[in-house]
Ligand binder design. Structure first.
Ligand SMILES: *Cc1c(COP(=O)(O)O)cnc(C)c1O
Length: 504
């Protein structure tokens, strides 16, 4: 593989801050003369809230502003630019048709207070999306309200709590495996539960025996992730569900990574009572920059009375918003959730169809197993078995050369790749969690494999080169704590190819 760098040479520009550009009085627009009587600001606002000038306010022309932000956008990295193998995050390519569809004026201009009679299309879409999600997950109902995966977890725990309360007691504890995403124990705790950690077995699975040992009538629920964060399919999930149900507990499934099983296995068929989806993972809603995403929650019929209001329903030929759920946990999001995310997911499901969704799972699993099989000659693979959508390596073979996971991740940037997830899951020391996703081609995977192998060889031959990486980015290794606390946005780098500055 050639040592080429992306986006920092040739016509990629260095860009001063907006505050350092322009000149006094320069304007980006021209407005016509005022033809209505002027209202003095003092008449609208208290004097102490008014200011007459803004010190240092940048004054620029339109073209300067456009170029500034366009140039900055070229410094950025995203899935439309290259491979983004961030484990657990499913940074797959989002087809542009989804964007086209939600930008249709009937969707993008709909107002949340529009009367039902004028929002029939939007309501129909939500009603159908609920059915599709219920169908692929094997659940009875789906709430579309939660804004993200963690928010869905919280709603799931609220539903469980409300259900158990209706049976007499909300109970006290929630079981969470040590391989869980950090949001799981956080959601249970916010919902007022004490978390009990369950140790994964030596093969990387949650063992029914370990659950049985701590399961009693004070335990409200278990939160399982399937496929789990090691990328493994929890083989004994039905058995575990039986144990939890036998003591009156509920089974929550973190379905953030449904792309590994969609169209093949349905969590609802294995005893799951509640599960959340990540539309901004499995269903191709973009999630760079933190959202907005959506984390719908699927539930079994016995939890339906507690769903957040309103729920969308079909009455005869009309779609209506039903607010009349006396036992509802209330609202968890303004209006009906992130509608634009729902439309994108709907477009994605409709454009793929059932066989296309199944193909998503097949290809995501094949891609991950291909990467895993190619890289295990160079990296330690703690759980060496077929994986689902992602695989987890560690730095155990690089540590003797004093090269660590962080160094490997940083060095990948020199080869034009976003680093994978590192140091998670916590049960693997120095974890490198790689999720190729189903949207990457064989060629891209081969380039990534070549880069990873080369880094492993560098670690043996020239460890300092890896330890001091990245060398070809705008800034080299940052002190991450200082960079977050005292950001220095001025770039004072050296010429490309000579390594960046050590900007703090
Ligand atoms: C991403 C993820 C979450 C959290 O989802 P957010 O939308 O980021 O809140 C929870 N669990 C797992 C397994 C995930 O991968």
């Amino acid at each position: 593989m050639k040592d080429e760098t992306i986006g920092i040479q040739g016509l990629a520009f260095h860009e001063p801050l907006l505050f350092e550009q322009g000149s006094q009085g320069r304007r980006g627009c021209s407005l016509p003369e005022n033809d209505v009587p002027e209202v003095k600001p003092e008449r609208l606002l208290p004097k102490k809230l008014l200011r007459h000038d803004v010190p240092g306010f940048p004054e620029l022309s339109e073209v300067e502003v456009v170029r500034h932000f366009t140039r900055l956008s070229q410094w950025n990295y995203g899935v439309d630019l290259g491979f983004y193998p961030l484990g657990s995050c499913t940074m797959k390519y989002s087809p542009k048709i989804n964007e086209e569809v939600w930008r249709l004026p009937g969707f993008s201009r709909a107002h949340p207070y529009q009367p039902e009679s004028l929002a029939q299309g939007a309501l129909e879409l939500m009603c159908e999306l609920e059915q599709y999600l219920a169908e692929v997950s094997g659940m009875d109902r789906v709430s579309l309200q939660p804004a993200a995966g963690a928010h869905g977890e919280l709603l799931g725990m609220m539903l469980i709590r409300a259900y158990l309360e209706s049976k007499g007691s909300p109970r006290k504890r929630v079981l969470v495996p040590d391989s869980a995403h950090g949001t799981n124990p956080a959601s249970a705790a916010i919902c007022g539960y004490q978390c009990v950690q369950i140790k994964s077995g030596p093969r990387g699975y949650v063992e029914p025996q370990a659950v049985a040992e701590v399961m009693d009538e004070d335990v409200a629920a278990i939160m399982l992730t399937n496929p789990n964060t090691l990328g493994l399919f929890e083989e004994q999930i039905a058995e575990i569900a039986k144990i939890v149900h036998s003591k009156g507990g509920q089974v929550y499934c973190d379905g953030a990574n449904l792309n590994a099983i969609i169209g093949i296995s349905r969590p609802g068929d294995t005893g799951i009572d509640v599960l959340h989806f990540n539309l901004h993972k499995t269903f191709s809603v973009p999630h760079g920059g933190g959202g907005p995403g959506a984390g719908p929650v699927g539930l079994k019929a016995h939890l339906a009375p507690f769903m957040p209001v309103p729920v969308v329903e079909k009455k005869g030929k009309r779609f209506v918003l039903n607010y009349n759920l006396p036992s509802s946990v209330g609202k968890v999001r303004a209006f009906y959730g992130h509608f634009a995310a729902l439309v994108r997911a709907y477009a994605y499901i409709r454009s793929l169809g059932p066989s296309g969704l199944r193909r998503v799972a097949e290809v995501s699993v094949i891609n991950a197993n291909y990467l895993m099989s190619q890289l295990k000659s160079h990296y330690h693979l703690p759980y060496d078995k077929f994986c689902k959508h992602e695989c987890v390596f560690s730095d155990a073979r690089q540590i003797p050369h004093e090269v660590h996971t962080l160094d490997i991740a940083k060095r990948l940037m020199d080869y034009g790749f976003h680093p994978p997830t590192i140091y998670f899951p916590l049960i693997v020391r120095g974890a490198l969690m790689i999720e190729p996703t189903e949207t990457e081609s064989r060629e891209t995977l081969d380039q990534f494999i070549a880069a990873m192998k080369r880094i492993a060889e560098e670690a043996e031959r020239d460890p300092e080169l890896v330890r001091s990486a990245p060398h070809k980015t705008k800034v080299s290794r940052l002190d991450e704590v200082k960079a977050a606390r005292q950001p220095n946005l001025r770039w004072k780098g050296k010429a490309p190819g000579q390594g960046g500055s050590s900007a703090g």
